[in-house]
Design a protein around this ligand. Structure first.
Ligand code: EPU
Length: 345
């Protein structure tokens, strides 16, 4: 493949760019051609170029939800669109427009500095703002989709920028219209709607425990508590490579749940849509005996069985091999299929 020509309107291009620092698993991956995207206006020209040269392409935000191969062929768009500003405010709510490349946790911190609480339960989730709506990140009882007014993206199907209002984003558990249409949208900006009326959400078991003797915590206290819980349960990717939860919590019909519960009275689960129950994948994997186990250079984290880790020098193949062992054993033990959460590129 010829090296793509660099027109003046296109962003900085780096051939053979190392991506080890750009994926939280710390896999030693390389992008054949990496483009650093710092403004939305750069995207149409790049997409035209990629299409004309029939190059494969990928979009990388914080690299916190991907499994990268050793060589990422074609063009990799590194999303670095910055900027965050309050665009409207009234007695009821505040609208904030944020560039897709902004670090998620820094944005959450900033909202608290601006006295705009609401997102504190989502503190310390790795990745970028642009990636947040794609898998509808969620933690400790809230999901980002509940705070999104609209998402701006470049639609590679229509070759135009589009704005999807909240309803059109079809947010569900770890799901969205963007995820259902992979390889189509490049998210450039997210507009958040933060209600002025704030209420602490501490019903989630881990938080309820933290606030047993302080039932009216401030948003800052919740922010700090979430950071503390996550720091204990989830490894710091700078120290041990990981992509957070590796599997989704499986949703099963009530009848299957009841049969399982009779056999495994300690089974952990949550209510879901009528007639369905969400099982804690971490519990299933733990019960199958994988917690803290190693398989070569990869393994299952010792404090949270839902997190697969790269102990150093592991590859995408290693982690997928381990995932398959876990899926097979959980299927044999419980008759439940586990879906891999990160994107395998
Ligand atoms: N459990 C075990 N053993 C384990 C891990 C968990 O028995 O090794 C049990 C726990 O006892 C607990 C239950 O499973 O009762 C659920 O575990 P936890 O509270 O840690 O939450 P989770 O369901 O494993 C989900 C999200 C996380 C999010 C937390 C907190 C998914 C796939 N994961 O984890 O999201 O931070 O809830 O809200 O929904 C992520 O997506 O990367 C992520 C970290």
């Amino acid at each position: 493949m010829n090296s793509p020509a660099q027109a003046s309107s296109t962003p900085k291009l780096t051939p053979n760019m190392g991506l080890r620092e750009r994926n939280t698993f710390g896999f030693d991956a390389q992008a054949e051609f990496a483009y650093e995207i710092t403004s939305a206006e750069q995207i149409p020209a790049i997409v035209t170029q990629i299409t004309e040269q029939k190059m494969p392409w990928h979009v990388l935000g914080g690299g916190s939800n991907v499994i990268l191969p050793q060589l990422l062929q074609g063009a990799t768009l590194l999303m670095n669109i910055a900027d965050q500003k309050i665009v409207a405010s009234n007695d009821d709510e505040t609208l904030i427009a944020v560039g897709g490349g902004v670090n998620w946790h820094q944005f959450v911190s900033w909202t608290l500095d601006q006295d705009l609480p609401g997102l504190e339960n989502l503190a310390l989730i790795p990745g970028t703002v642009g990636a947040a709506p794609i898998q509808n990140i969620g933690a400790y009882g809230i999901e980002v989709g509940d705070y999104i007014e609209s998402v701006e993206a470049f639609d590679t199907k229509s070759n135009a920028f589009v704005t999807l209002e909240n309803k059109a984003c079809l947010f569900g558990y770890r799901d969205s219209y963007f995820k259902q249409n992979p390889h189509r949208f490049i998210v450039t900006k997210v507009v958040f709607r933060i209600p002025k009326k704030w209420q602490a959400r501490i019903h989630y078991a881990d938080l309820a425990k933290q606030f047993a003797s302080n039932i009216n915590p401030t948003a800052e206290e919740i922010f700090l508590a979430v950071c503390k819980i996550r720091t204990h349960k989830l490894p710091d990717p700078k120290v041990i490579g990981n992509a957070g939860s590796f599997f989704q919590n499986p949703i099963v019909p009530n009848e299957q749940y009841e049969t399982l519960l009779r056999k495994f009275p300690n089974l952990v689960s949550y209510p879901d849509a009528p007639g369905k129950r969400k099982l804690a994948a971490g519990w299933l994997i733990d019960e199958s005996g994988f917690k803290g186990q190693r398989m070569g250079k990869v393994g299952v984290y010792e404090n949270q069985a839902l997190v697969l880790v790269n102990h150093g020098g592991g590859t995408a193949q290693d982690i997928i091999g381990l995932a398959k062992c876990i899926q097979d054993k959980v299927r044999t033990d419980f008759g439940v299929s586990l879906e891999i959460e990160p994107n395998i590129l």
